[in-house]
Write a protein that binds this ligand. Structure first.
Ligand code: FMN
Length: 360
């Protein structure tokens, strides 16, 4: 079975190829970006549930970079210590842990995507929201119009990511992931649909990618040589020819590789309204193309829900690992269940010893 084979990224030895993708929990109830008991239980249960790599949710590199007021952050010492406790527990269960660093740009200051906030987008200043920023003053669908960042402000973004990355290292994370997908700030810069700048960060594809590449260089320079770096991309906006396309991502992956990125986490869309062909494994082909073009290890995500389906993707060499999102919200032990269903037993099944009688 391929899914249960370990994989090594720099010095991170990941026990299997079933990974938990970053998923916002909106559970920092004091609006202070501090992960707490919910996060410990959520990530801890999935570490105990057999996942190889767990990537913590989109975490703001600055307060204004949070998606919602209830999102996690990593811009201060207290947050670093709170994350350290969670990382420590995840390690005791044999899982590897990464964190997704994010600036939400024009999609910041949003209400959480929770049933209690259904249909509501931008949080007004009167309800704890803040002014959002972006490459250009173009609103994301249903959101408030953002303020255009000055060139000087753009130049400060890599430093904010690097500061958070330094804290991630201090908190004990094994991997850092930069969020350049789903219509958040770095994706907003990449896409001609949201970037109409006339300075060195706009115009040509190279210019639009400059901020992401500077962020990668800044982060790479502060994390240890031994620590793997991942970038999540939206491989396409599903809006050809005017949007960011697969061939752009194939080019970008080469640039990321040249700057020391070790893993591409392939997703799609999120920056503009588009018809997305949602269905089982609908992003796998995109991941396979990026993997082929770049030669970099690649993880794929998106409606991978069945153990056989997951095994086939990795076995066929379409990806090095699969990420299980919503199915893992329904079942914290998705990974253990899948490995058992595919025939793993004994030492190959990393269930907690306390649960021995449940598996015997
Ligand atoms: C509740 C929830 C929160 C999410 N938050 C994030 C996030 O913080 N960062 C991110 O890159 N993707 C996020 N996503 C997208 C998932 O990582 C994943 O790409 C998507 O759900 C598709 O995979 P799935 O079909 O296995 O759920 C989120 C998805 C869900 C359901």
């Amino acid at each position: 079975m391929k899914l249960n084979e370990p994989i090594t990224l720099r010095s991170a030895e990941i026990r299997n190829r079933i990974w938990l993708p970053p998923m916002c929990q909106y559970k920092c109830e004091n609006e202070d970006g501090l992960p707490g008991d919910w996060h410990m239980v959520h990530y801890g249960a999935r570490a105990a549930g057999g996942f190889g790599l767990i990537i913590a949710e989109a975490t703001g590199v600055t307060p204004e970079g949070r998606i919602s007021p209830y999102c996690a952050g990593l811009w201060n010492e207290e947050q670093q210590q709170a994350w350290a406790r969670i990382v420590h527990f995840v390690h005791t269960r044999g899982a590897t842990m990464g964190i997704q660093l994010n600036h939400a740009g024009r999609k910041a200051s949003s209400y959480p995507m929770l049933p209690s906030f259904a249909g509501r987008r931008s949080v007004p200043l009167s309800d704890g929201g803040w002014e959002t920023v972006a490459p250009s003053p173009i609103a994301a669908h249903g959101h408030e119009q953002p303020r255009e960042l000055s060139t000087e402000e753009v130049r400060a973004v890599p430093g904010a990511f690097a500061d958070a990355a330094r804290r991630a290292v201090a908190a004990g994370f094994d991997l850092v992931e930069i969020h350049a997908a789903h219509g958040y700030l770095l994706h907003q810069f990449l896409s001609p649909l949201s970037n109409e700048r006339t300075d060195e960060y706009g115009g040509s594809r190279e210019n639009r990618a400059a901020l992401l590449l500077e962020v990668v260089e800044a982060v790479r320079s502060v994390i240890p040589e031994t620590m793997p770096l991942s970038v999540r991309v939206s491989a396409t906006e599903w809006l050809d020819p005017e949007g960011w396309k697969l061939e752009d991502t194939e080019w970008l992956a080469g640039e990321l590789k040249a700057r020391g990125v070790d893993l591409i986490d392939v997703s799609s869309g999120g920056n503009a309204k588009a018809k997305v062909p949602v269905g089982p494994g609908y992003q796998v082909e995109l991941g396979a193309a990026v993997r082929e073009a770049s030669g970099l290890p690649t993880a794929v995500v998106g409606l991978i829900t069945e153990p056989e389906q997951a095994e086939e993707i990795v076995e066929a060499g379409q990806a090095d690992a699969v990420m299980i999102g919503r199915a893992a919200l329904r079942n914290a032990e998705w990974a253990l269940d899948a490995l058992a269903e595919l025939g793993a037993s004994g030492d190959e099944l990393p269930y907690p010893d306390s649960y021995f009688r449940g598996w015997a």
